[in-house]
Design a protein around this ligand. Structure first.
Ligand code: GLU
Length: 481
């Protein structure tokens, strides 16, 4: 775990609970899955249990090899660490589904041997046609079970002939499937609503439903925290646990995180990608504080950016309303997080943004001024460039007369003066005060109408540079507007 994340380190006892985060490395981590990971991690720590990272990379078509390492890096940056995972091993490994093919194959054989799974020879085209027919008749599309009744000799013959077969779970009668979701409450699903779902495709790869449940079972997972888009998968996964004679984990489904336009973040390009905020120098504690408001209401706001922020996660305060990702809220947390940094920490943040050592002289000199205007990296960089080379003051913001009077007096004063002495003298000479006094100065020094506190800006410029900027502003007035 990096230093930033140390605030999340909490005592890990010897409780038996086991939580996991099981991302598919098919793209960058976004705010939604960062939230799932954080809540799962904090919940595990709260109960003194273990947190496991598992990579669900069975869908090789969508697999992006780069994204696994980016994902681990994002999670570390967020301050999470895991007790078992692909990079550190553990007693239930391997922790990448692509390395667990043998386990899935054996589990499938075992279900076949017990007649709880059977081959299905229906082609994808047949299935699609029957599905379309179901839909046309207004019926929920379900597998009609035609291969479950094939005589064993025919099954054997077809398999020997090398016919392609997917493998389906054989549903058996029984009481409704009940579970008490830790967020969405009690559920009861009649088996008649389910069909014989696919466990493994004709190419032998396991489906999500199968691999995910088998991993949870074989890794001893006791709590599953995941997006509510998986709620419908739960009853079918419960059937698998039942067939294996194992107690299922407790499930906590989280409402999806939507963009402000109401589409889920997971389905969008760009918006909400963690990488884009990291490149803008987002503070991890700001993101954590913000995430604790997405589908969760902290009891209070104090301490959300501090050492013990993690303890403000309380599963009893998870909600079901769809959460909306609002960048202005994230920005607020970023502002608050930066405001809490002590000067050396702020200089480290700034150094990272500007690619300069935090004790770089210029950086130390400018840090205080930049602090008043920086929220994202781009703000700090833009202001750095302005301080390097302030643009000419634009006209029209102050009456020419005020500007001329203030600049005329300013160039005659001693630029060595401290800021307060300087403005004091300037006010006395010109009779101007407030905006009529300060705005010309600000415009002369930065070419901008708004920006860092003037008192922090003054020491940024060496005296000769101050005088030159004031003189340049005065001269600009004599040229035609
Ligand atoms: N790989 C699945 C996902 O990323 C995980 C679902 C689960 O946590 O069970 O949505």
């Amino acid at each position: 775990m990096n230093a930033e994340g140390s605030s999340l380190r909490a005592s890990r006892g010897e409780s038996a609970v086991r939580f996991r985060f099981a991302p598919s490395p098919t793209g960058a981590l976004h705010i939604g899955n960062a939230r799932t990971a954080l809540f799962s991690f904090l919940w595990a720590r709260r109960l003194g249990g273990h947190f496991i990272l598992r990579i669900e990379d069975t869908d090789r078509g969508r697999y992006d090899p780069e994204s696994e390492s980016a994902l681990l890096d994002d999670l570390h940056w967020l301050g999470l660490d895991w007790d078992e995972g692909p990079d550190r091993g553990g007693p239930f490994g391997p922790y990448r589904q692509s390395e667990r093919a043998g386990l899935y194959a054996r589990a499938l054989e075992e279900l076949v041997a017990r007649d709880r799974a059977y081959p299905c020879f229906c082609t994808p085209e047949d299935l699609a046609r029957r599905r379309a027919e179901d839909l046309a008749r207004g019926r929920p599309p379900r597998y009609d079970g035609r291969c479950r009744l094939l005589p064993p000799e025919e099954v054997r013959r077809r398999l020997e002939e090398g016919a392609l077969a997917a493998w389906r779970f054989r549903l058996v009668e029984g009481p409704p499937l009940v579970f008490d979701d830790l967020v969405y409450g009690p559920h009861s699903v009649a088996r008649s609503l389910l069909d014989d779902f696919v466990l493994a495709r004709a190419d032998g790869t396991p489906t999500f439903l199968f691999a995910n449940a088998l991993d949870d079972a074989s890794m001893g997972i006791t709590h599953v925290v995941r997006g509510v888009d998986h709620l419908d998968n739960t009853p079918r996964q419960l059937l698998l646990f039942e067939a294996w004679g194992r107690p299922p984990p407790a499930y906590a489904h989280l409402p999806l995180v939507h963009g402000l336009d109401d589409t889920p973040l997971a389905k969008r390009e760009g918006t909400g990608r963690l990488a884009s905020y990291r490149s803008r120098a987002l503070r991890p504690e700001a993101l954590r504080a913000y995430l604790l408001h997405l589908g969760h209401t902290p009891t209070h706001e104090e301490g959300l950016l501090g050492e013990a922020a993690g303890t403000l996660f309380n599963p009893a305060r998870l909600g079901r309303a769809p959460a909306h990702f609002d960048e202005t809220q994230l920005r607020l947390w970023q502002e608050r997080a930066l405001a809490l940094l002590d000067p050396p920490s702020f200089r480290r943040w700034l150094g990272g943004v500007l690619d300069r050592p935090p004790d770089d002289l210029l950086l130390v000199q400018r840090a205080e001024a930049l602090r008043t205007v920086s929220v994202w990296a781009e703000d700090a960089r833009a202001w750095w460039a302005i301080l390097d080379d302030p643009p000419l003051p634009p006209r029209g913001w102050v009456p020419e007369d005020d500007f001329r009077t203030v600049m005329g007096a300013a160039v005659a004063l001693d630029p060595e003066d401290e800021f307060h002495d300087f403005v004091h003298a300037l006010a006395a000479r010109t009779g101007r005060r407030g905006r009529a006094l300060y705005l010309p100065l600000r415009l002369a020094l930065t070419g901008r109408t708004e920006g860092p506190e003037l008192a922090t800006l003054w020491p940024v410029f060496p005296p000769q540079r101050r005088r030159a900027l004031l003189a340049r502003a005065l001269a600009s007035l004599s040229t035609d507007a």
